[in-house]
Ligand binder design. Structure first.
Ligand SMILES: Cc1cc2nc3c(=O)[nH]c(=O)nc-3n(C[C@H](O)[C@H](O)[C@H](O)COP(=O)(O)OP(=O)(O)OC[C@H]3O[C@@H](n4cnc5c(N)ncnc54)[C@H](O)[C@@H]3O)c2cc1C
Length: 549
């Protein structure tokens, strides 16, 4: 193929992804020096369109970034008033009292927010400071300099032919060069994955671990709505099949966020995370809350769960990984937005100092030190054993030993366990289908529970059919030759958007990829046992269009 000619634009810092990490970095850079040229590129049709969190926001990141956020009208309108934690059985529930919980689990002082709306507001703040933000611009490639450093990205490629080649309607996009490139793509970012592999950034660290989080927004009967109430559950329906649990957050306007997370290190390939979520809503406690209401939105996104011991090295020449491109979620708290913001601030401060010293294209070592030894490292270190304890010994042990470990870490800064390892990655954790029983899931009733395709229509996702499939199979035969006989091809079940199907054609099984349904959760890139699926970014503007997720 002939070399593609592209225009190039020069910036001080190029930021990929307008989530809390990327926007915080942009804002801090301009706060430090109004003359810096900063650009943020976002693949969603608008800022917030691809943002999916619970979300209970710990405001410590925002406090550090914009201390007068309240006066500036930040959409943090619902303070947490009540915090409940339940262990569920099939028909009943046991409330776990708050007093044995370590203080870090307390949600007092936090806010129930739409992170999509928080990001929209942050983008306004950034633009007022002079940051250039381009939504609908997917960054599809990295640009490397002569010394092997990352010097920019390619963004804004549109209208490729179905086979990925350039045709008469292809817009080749442009190169955006920066003295530093920040990758704030969130969990399992496609460019971040390339950088981690190319520079060996995961070497010597534990593998990253993940969960799949699914979420619906419900409008419920005002008589049942309790603004500011946060409820978490564990136990049924997952039982011992997988780690995970639910969240139910009452925001304003009689709306409730109902969500479910399944840890992706589950062994049984028959497990169907989406159906576990649907089944969960039939628990009497949840059904009672939702009955008479209606689901108004649906979405899904992977969540990073490896924490402290899985954070890769986060800098290489010319590039820094921010937020969940590194994996900064505090798992027992299910919170990563505050750390994403703090990482944006830290990366901005390191880049500002480097640029002021006349540097460019090198490693922002100060950023890495800040993350590991500062507020983010401290937040994650205290809880580093909760996930490995759960994976090894199950939910009850993780509650007891994990709770004890969080107490000793919080009070004395020590752990009797040291730092436990995560072991295998989530793809390797999958065991043969023959070793496990199939799970019988009840049919969705269309009132409390819904089939996947109906729900996906509430994510308002869209991908132009004429575009190349952005879910690339290294070996197109593997799903049928390997995954189907060995694992009953779990892609049929782990994808929360029904992208992958096995259909029968001429009496033979065929693997179908309905990429139009994709909600950009990245689970396939993580969980495929053959590691045969690579999620690459489709053209800008494609994907979900979340309202106030
Ligand atoms: C179900 C669920 C519940 C959660 N609940 C909470 C909670 O209650 N509280 C909390 O604090 N945290 C919660 N989290 C974690 C939180 O969502 C993350 O920690 C946070 O989103 C990380 O922010 P980020 O900026 O790193 O990435 P993201 O918020 O994922 O933002 C990344 C942005 O980059 C864009 N992007 C990605 N790749 C490209 C590309 N190549 N080109 C252009 N744009 C790109 C994406 O479209 C997106 O807008 C939850 C996560 C999940 C999945």
């Amino acid at each position: 193929m002939a070399e593609i000619e592209r225009e190039a634009m020069e910036y001080d810092v190029v930021i990929v992804g307008a989530g809390p990490a990327g926007l915080s970095a942009a804002i801090r850079l301009k706060q430090l020096d109004a003359d810096l040229n900063v650009v943020v590129l976002e693949k969603g049709s608008e800022v917030g369109a691809h943002i999916l969190s619970g979300a209970v926001l710990d405001p410590s990141g925002l406090d550090a970034l914009i201390p007068d956020w309240k006066e500036k009208g930040a959409p943090l309108n619902v303070p947490v008033k009540e915090d409940n934690f339940y262990a569920l059985g099939p028909a009943g529930s046991v409330r776990i009292p708050n007093f044995p919980m370590p203080p870090l689990m307390n949600n007092h002082g936090n806010y129930i927010v739409s992170m999509g709306n928080v990001c929209r507001w942050m983008a306004e703040q950034a633009e007022e400071l002079g940051v250039e933000i381009f939504p609908g611009m997917a960054c599809s490639e990295l640009v490397y300099g002569d010394n092997g450093e990352v010097k920019g990205v390619v963004a804004g490629v549109f209208g490729l032919e179905e086979d990925g080649s350039y045709g008469p309607n292809t817009e080749p996009g442009m190169e955006l060069h920066g003295k530093y490139v920040f990758l704030s793509e969130g969990v399992r970012g496609s460019l971040s994955k390339e950088v981690i592999e190319k520079y060996g950034l995961q070497d010597g660290k534990d593998p990253q671990k993940f969960g799949i989080g699914m979420k619906e927004i419900w409008e419920i009967d005002p008589a049942k709505h309790k603004e500011g109430t946060v409820t978490h559950t564990m136990g049924w329906p997952l039982g011992s099949n997988a780690g995970g649990g639910s969240f139910i957050y009452h925001l304003d306007n009689n709306q409730v966020y109902v969500g479910f997370v399944v840890h992706l290190n589950y062994k049984n390939p028959h497990l169907f995370p989406y159906m576990e979520f649907q089944r969960f809503k039939h628990h009497p406690m949840v059904a009672e809350l939702l009955r008479g209401g209606k689901r108004v939105a649906y979405g899904a996104r992977a969540i990073s769960e490896g924490g402290y011991q899985s954070m890769p090295k986060m800098v290489a020449s010319g590039v820094a990984l921010l937020g969940c491109s590194v994996g900064m979620v505090n798992v027992p708290r299910i919170k990563g937005n505050h750390n994403a913001m703090l990482s944006g601030i830290a990366a901005a401060e390191a880049a500002h100092k480097a640029i002021a010293e006349g540097r460019s294209g090198d490693e922002l070592h100060d950023y890495e030190v800040d993350v590991r030894t500062g507020a983010i490292g401290k937040d994650l270190k205290k809880v580093r054993n909760v996930k490995p304890l759960w994976s090894k010994f199950g939910m009850v042990a993780s509650l007891v030993f994990g709770g004890f470990d969080m107490w000793t870490n919080s009070l004395f800064g020590i752990s009797l366990f040291g730092t436990l390892k995560h072991g295998k990655n989530d793809a390797e954790a999958t065991e043969p289908a023959s070793a496990h029983k199939p799970i019988d899931y009840p049919k969705p009733d269309g009132t409390l529970s819904f089939d996947r395709l109906t729900n996906v229509s509430f994510a308002m996702t869209n991908h132009e059919e004429s575009q190349p499939c952005h879910l690339r199979l290294s070996d197109p035969m593997k799903p049928i030759s390997d995954n189907l006989p060995m694992f009953d091809e779990p892609a049929q079940r782990y994808c929360p958007a029904g992208v992958y199907e096995i259909v029968e054609k001429d009496g033979k099984p065929e693997f179908v990829v309905n990429f139009q349904n994709c909600v950009h959760c990245k689970t396939c890139d993580i969980k495929d046992p053959a590691q045969n699926i690579t999620w690459v970014t489709p053209q800008g503007g494609d994907g979900p269009n979340y309202p106030n997720m």
